[in-house]
Ligand binder design. Structure first.
Ligand code: NAP
Length: 277
C-alpha cells in the first residue's frame, strides 16, 4: 500500500521574510489537526517558471504568489479565473491532479469578506465608495466592489494616468478625482478605502485631509502595519466605522486553504492573535 504524501503549500515571492502567510496557514493546519505544511520560498524572477513547474512533483498542492510575481505568474498558468484576469494578477495557484496549473486572485474576496465582517451594516447600495490609490491592490478592491454591486466609485491617485487607466478598464462606474481633491471626495463617500501604502511603517505619512469624513462613514485601510493607522485613528475619533487591513489578509487566505487542505477555516480572534504574535 502506498502512503498518502503530506500535502505541501507555500508562498513564493522576493523578498519573502516579511510574509505573514506561513504563520497563518500553520496556525490553521495545527488548529484543525491536518497533515500538511506551508513553506516560504524566496524565488527570483528568472527562476520563477522552473520553480513553479517543479513544485507539483515535490508534493505541493498549490502556492500563494506575492510581490513581485503576481502579474508574471499569469503567463505560466494553464487556467486563469475570470476575477484574476479582470484584476490582471494572481495570488493563489492550485496544482491540479491532471497536471494543470490553475491561477486565481482572492484579494478582492478577502477585501469584501473583511468589510462585511468588520462593518456588518455595509451594503453595496449605501452610496459612493472613495478609493485612494490605483496600484495592484486598488484593482482587486475596485473589481470586488463592482462585483458586489457598487455603482459609483470615486478614484484618486497621486499619479493620475494610473487612475485614468483603471477608469478606462472598469468603465463609467469609476469617476477619477484629482489627487489634490482627494480630501473633498470623502464628503460624498459612504465607504472610504485606502489602497495606497501611505501610513505603512517605513512608508510616507498619510496626509490626505480627513475633515470631509462624516459620522457613520465606513473607513477601511489595506495597510495593516501598524494595525491602527493614522487614517483609522482619526476616522474613529470622527465617529466613523473603521475596519483594519489585517482581516483582508486573513480572509483572502480562506479559499486557498480550503482548496489545498480540504477544510474551510474560520477567521476569528485566535487567527488574528496567531498572525500578530
Ligand atoms: P502598488 O501597486 O505598489 O501601489 C502603491 C500605491 O500607493 C499607488 O497607488 C501609489 O501611487 C501609492 N503611493 C505610494 N507612495 C505614495 C506617496 N508617497 N504619495 C501618494 N501615493 C503613494 O502596491 P499595492 O500592491 O497596490 O499595495 C498597496 C498597499 O496595500 C500596501 O501597503 C500593501 O501592503 C497593502 N495591501 C494589503 C493587503 C491586505 O491584505 N491587507 C493586500 C494587498 C495590499 P502612485 O501610483 O502615484 O505611485
Amino acid at each position: 500500500m502506498t502512503e498518502m504524501p503530506i500535502p505541501l503549500a507555500g508562498v513564493v515571492g522576493h523578498p519573502i521574510a516579511h510574509s505573514k502567510s506561513p504563520q497563518l496557514h500553520k496556525h490553521w493546519l495545527k488548529s484543525y489537526r491536518l497533515p500538511g505544511d506551508y513553506i516560504p520560498m524566496d524565488v527570483q524572477e528568472d527562476d520563477l517558471e522552473q520553480v513553479i513547474r517543479a513544485l507539483p512533483k515535490a508534493g505541493f498542492v498549490g502556492v500563494n504568489i506575492t510581490i513581485p510575481h503576481k502579474i508574471a505568474i499569469l503567463q505560466m498558468a494553464d487556467l486563469v479565473t475570470d476575477r484574476a484576469t479582470l484584476i490582471g494578477a494572481a495570488n493563489t495557484l492550485i496544482f491540479r491532479r491532471d497536471g494543470k496549473i490553475h491561477a486565481d486572485n482572492t484579494d478582492g474576496y478577502g477585501f469584501i469578506a473583511n468589510l462585511r465582517a468588520g462593518a456588518p451594516g455595509w451594503r453595496s447600495d449605501l452610496g459612493p465608495a472613495a478609493i485612494l490609490g490605483a496600484g495592484g491592490a486598488a484593482r482587486a478592491v475596485i473589481s470586488a466592489l463592482i462585483e458586489a454591486g457598487v455603482t459609483d466609485i470615486l478614484l484618486s491617485n497621486r499619479t493620475r494616468p494610473k487612475a485614468d487607466a483603471l477608469r478606462a478598464e472598469f468603465g463609467s462606474k469609476v469617476r477619477v478625482v484629482d489627487w489634490v481633491q482627494a480630501g473633498n471626495m470623502l464628503e460624498e463617500a459612504a465607504t472610504v478605502v485606502n489602497t495606497t501604502s501611505l501610513g505603512m511603517t517605513g512608508a510616507a505619512d498619510f496626509r490626505v485631509p480627513l475633515d470631509g469624513l462624516r459620522r457613520g462613514t465606513i473607513v477601511t485601510d489595506l495597510v495593516y502595519a501598524p494595525l491602527r493607522t493614522r487614517l483609522l485613528q482619526e476616522a474613529d475619533e470622527m465617529g466613523c466605522v473603521t475596519v483594519d487591513g489585517l482581516g483582508m489578509l486573513l480572509h483572502q487566505a480562506v479559499p486557498a486553504f480550503e482548496r489545498w487542505f480540504g477544510v474551510r477555516p474560520e477567521v476569528d480572534m485566535r487567527t488574528r492573535a496567531a498572525v500578530l504574535g
